[in-house]
Design a protein around this ligand. Structure first.
Ligand SMILES: [Zn+2]
Length: 272
């Protein structure tokens, strides 16, 4: 992500990659200090620079190990991972030389939570990052005696890589468009606006051919300074919209006209 990026769909935050550049210097299960671990070491575009990184979602600091320079950040709410699952997750970030957060501190998605560094057991400036499913606040040793966050998740199943420059680190990275979210109709309403220039507008029952002899009645937008209706669907190859009228109930109406527009907010008096 870039500084300030946010993403929330259907009321659930998407887990954004905390780094603007992804240059992986040690991947998951590498032989050195990541054996049996999903951790990645990530540096920025240029080596040796202590680039900032940002909260992947709204997070709370729940643990700090200053000797090894590690900070545990829990998601405050359940969030959407790049594999499409929704859960609490905990991010473990290491090697910041200037840890200045405190346990209990909350930070909003897109706001800086640290800097890359080489504090603790590190060579070269980077951020060691790993992610555990659920609310974690510590680490455990795996069978290779490497410290890991519990319930580790491969990072390509965690982070949406939108706005992260992929410099080094091949994986099956996901982007927001890879995980479709069904937005409830309630949040995705569209409105048909009939402007006040229109004197009369024929309406038809659903399912009938929309020709004059089948007209059920007339709307009179000019009498009301224009009228707006919630659109409930379309018929006739999208040339008619389904609306609810006060007088005629649920009907359909032609929308291909210079006096008709479709917007996500009603322009005129809304007929519900
Ligand atoms: Zn590492």
């Amino acid at each position: 992500m870039k500084k300030g990026d946010t993403s929330k769909r259907d009321g659930i935050q998407d887990v954004l990659c905390p780094f603007t550049d992804w240059y992986c210097t040690q991947g998951a299960n590498a032989s050195y200090s990541h054996r049996g671990s999903e951790a990645n070491d990530v540096r920025g575009l240029r080596s040796g620079i202590r680039y900032p990184y940002y909260a992947p979602v709204d997070v709370r600091c729940v643990n700090i190990n200053r000797a090894y320079a590690f900070v545990w950040w829990q998601s405050i709410e359940k969030v959407r991972l790049a594999d499409g699952t929704i859960d609490y997750v905990t991010f473990l970030c290491g090697h910041d030389n200037s840890i200045n957060c405190y346990i209990g501190q909350t930070i909003k998605q897109g706001v800086q939570i640290g800097n890359m560094g080489n504090a603790g057991n590190a060579t070269g400036i980077h951020c060691h990052i790993e992610v555990g499913r659920g609310k974690q606040n510590n680490w455990e040793r795996n069978l290779y005696r490497v410290y890991c966050i519990p319930n580790q998740i491969p990072l390509e199943n965690v982070f949406f890589m939108n706005n992260t420059n992929m410099l080094l680190g091949i994986a099956d990275w996901k982007y927001l468009d890879d995980v479709n979210v069904d937005i409830p109709v309630e949040e995705n309403k569209m409105y048909l606006n009939l402007s006040k220039e229109a004197d009369t507008w024929r309406i038809y029952d659903l399912g009938v051919q929309p020709v004059v002899k089948n007209a059920k009645g007339m709307l009179r937008p000019s009498n009301f300074g224009g009228l707006s209706y919630t659109i409930f669907g379309y018929e006739d190859n999208g040339t008619t919209a389904i609306i609810d009228t006060a007088q005629f109930g649920r009907v359909k109406i032609f929308i291909q006209h210079k006096f008709a527009s479709i917007t996500d907010n009603p322009i005129y008096k809304l007929i519900k």
